[in-house]
Design a protein around this ligand. Structure first.
Ligand code: AMP
Length: 567
């Protein structure tokens, strides 16, 4: 049965209660995302259905039925409980896209603990910041990544348990315990934690312009948004083979890479391998992927290889394609029509919103280059840049803002309520992005309203990079900005003023780049370093990244009246 009903119809009769009724939730009665994504599907008689088709980089394949997801997530939950982890504790998942990442997240939620997924590409500084802030009690990892945790253990007194998932034959170190999903005694039944709509579920760290990354705290009630958007925007149907290419270190990889497909009882496919166009097409062909959720950078990389490569595969299985994370350029939409016979449908949302907020829906006219219209039940607008009041004239650029109150809205930034509150102005949640709305109600993305860098769909905070740069002995001061890039949209460029005596040192730029890669992650590594005598600053001494960024983008530099004379 198709999920398609016209956008206008949906708006007319919309109520979040529709999701509650479909999920069998009753006001005042507890529920749990972990159980809704596994136990409930089995109770519907779908226990034998394949929930996960997993393929590793070497081509190894594993399949898990819903009943296996149910039992193995119980096993995770009971294992954690046995280690003394209690509801509300933060439990990090730090590993590649292996089955344990997906099933472990369900187990953590069933226990009532808070799942904190982090990219396996993170290096020690990125890890410390996020684990220390969350006061994480336990971390699941693998022998491949445990060394990075070992290096920072002394700085993380609250991290009591480092749980190694593949420890057979491995020498465990301090605070390390072994837990194998496959060989632990299987736990047939586990009473899921009786969560309510406000019970914390996931903690996703996201970068802002200033300060350290902030933990957006989500709740079990978010399931209503994730369920309906998965059905109505991604159009996931029971017979779909669904592939979300996002890593669960990013919110897309949890909301739509774990919760969405499993709460709708569909089959999801996961490829744990680096990007390669032919490998991706092969994956789609082999597993007969029908619904594909990806990102503009990936689409541009596919575009680079052209339609000839596409024609070598039978991709006729593809039914619906969606994209998220960055502006989806009109050319990419048109190319996908040519290559796959279908457009990519753009969707817009953020870590903080927990679910899709603005989208192009199946059955709705797509204006290539536009992000589409607000999801039913979401009140979205653009606010004028100064007064922060809704703009009524179509085509005027303002700040994208949403009326708080949708189920998956983040509830706070972890231990940082002040910043959370600062994002709500005149009764609107301010997203940090700019857009305009046309006369038909379609949103057109313009750009970020802050200095956050969006590289290949990942938000990177300039402050985190600059703080790391300052730890290099040659760096006196620095500024990190986004520089245009044809594939990744932006890459990081750093402007660096050197300490005396370091000028002219050979390969210093490469040395500094590598330093950042090892401290933070390959994504945060500047692709270019420009050495400068000094950085433009305001009279109060704040570095004017905006000016440096404008130069990179060939845009007008704007108001420089607050600029330091020597800048
Ligand atoms: P994150 O919180 O890491 O998911 O990043 C959210 C940010 O990614 C948004 O605030 C936007 O800047 C950007 N973004 C996400 N989806 C889109 C989209 N469809 N078009 C343009 N930018 C997007």
């Amino acid at each position: 049965m198709s999920n398609i009903v016209s956008y206008e119809e949906r708006i007319k009769s919309f109520s979040w209660d529709a999701a509650k009724a479909e999920l069998g939730l009753k006001d005042g009665q507890p529920f749990n995302i972990g159980a809704l994504c596994s136990d409930r599907i089995c109770a519907l008689g779908l226990g034998a259905k394949t929930a996960l088709i997993w393929e590793g980089s070497e081509g190894k394949e594993r399949r898990f039925s819903y009943d296996e997801i149910r039992v193995l997530s119980n096993t995770f939950a009971a294992g954690l409980r046995g280690m003394g982890i209690v509801p509300g504790d933060r439990v990090c998942l730090f590993m590649d896209k292996i089955p344990e990442l997906y099933i472990g997240a369900i187990g953590i939620l069933k226990l009532g603990a808070i799942a904190q997924p982090l990219f396996s590409a993170f290096m020690q500084d990125s890890l410390i910041t996020r684990l220390a802030d969350a006061e994480t009690r336990a971390i699941f990892t693998t022998t491949r990544h445990v060394r990075k945790v070992r290096k920072i253990l002394k700085d993380l007194p609250k991290l009591e348990k480092v749980i190694v998932l593949d420890a057979e034959g491995f020498q465990l170190g301090e605070r390390e315990v072994a837990f194998s999903m496959d060989s632990a005694p299987r736990v047939e039944s586990f009473e899921p934690f009786p969560a309510g709509p406000e019970t914390p579920s996931l903690l996703h760290y996201t970068s802002g312009t200033t300060g350290k990354p902030k933990g957006a705290q989500h709740v079990h009630g978010s399931i209503l948004s994730q369920y309906l958007t998965t059905k109505w925007v991604l159009d996931v149907q029971p017979d779909d083979i669904y592939w979300c290419t996002a890593d669960p270190g990013w919110v897309t990889g949890t909301s739509y890479g774990i919760i969405g497909p499993w709460v709708t009882g569909s089959t999801q496919a996961v490829l744990d391998a680096g990007f390669s166009s032919s490998r991706w097409y092969e994956f789609i062909q082999k597993h007969r992927v029908t619904m594909w959720y990806s990102a503009p950078t990936a689409i541009r990389m596919l575009m680079k290889e052209g339609t000839e490569l596409v024609r070598k595969f039978d991709l006729s299985c593809l039914r619906h394609l969606c994209s998220v994370g960055e502006p989806l350029n009109a050319e990419a939409v048109l190319w996908s029509k040519e290559a796959f016979g279908k457009p990519f449908y753009d969707t817009f949302w953020q870590t903080e919103t927990g679910a899709i907020m603005i989208a192009n829906y199946p059955g709705m006219e797509v204006k290539p280059g536009s992000m589409g219209k607000p999801f039913p039940g979401i009140t979205a607008t653009v606010l004028d840049l100064k007064e922060r009041q809704p703009l009524s004239k179509p085509g005027t650029v303002g700040l994208i803002a949403f009326k708080p109150g949708w189920p998956s809205m983040f509830r706070t930034y972890w231990r940082n309520e002040a910043t959370y509150k600062s994002k709500i102005v005149n009764g609107w949640y301010i997203s940090g992005d700019r857009a305009s709305i046309d006369e038909d109600g379609y949103f057109w993305f313009v750009g970020r309203d802050d200095d956050v860098i969006n590289t290949a769909g990942h938000l990177v905070g300039p402050f985190e990079i600059e703080s790391a740069l300052l730890q290099h002995p040659a760096v006196a001061e620095s500024a990190a900005v986004g520089k245009p890039d044809p594939v990744n949209m932006e890459v990081v460029k750093a402007f660096v003023a050197l300490k005396p005596g370091f000028e002219g040192k050979e390969n210093l730029d490469l040395e500094i780049m590598n330093f950042i890669r090892k401290k933070l992650s390959p994504l945060a590594m500047p692709q270019e370093i420009e050495f400068v005598k000094s950085l433009p600053k305001t009279r109060s001494g704040k570095i004017m990244r905006r000016m440096l960024r404008a130069k990179e983008w060939g845009e007008p530099i704007g108001d420089t009246s607050t600029l330091d004379d020597e800048g």
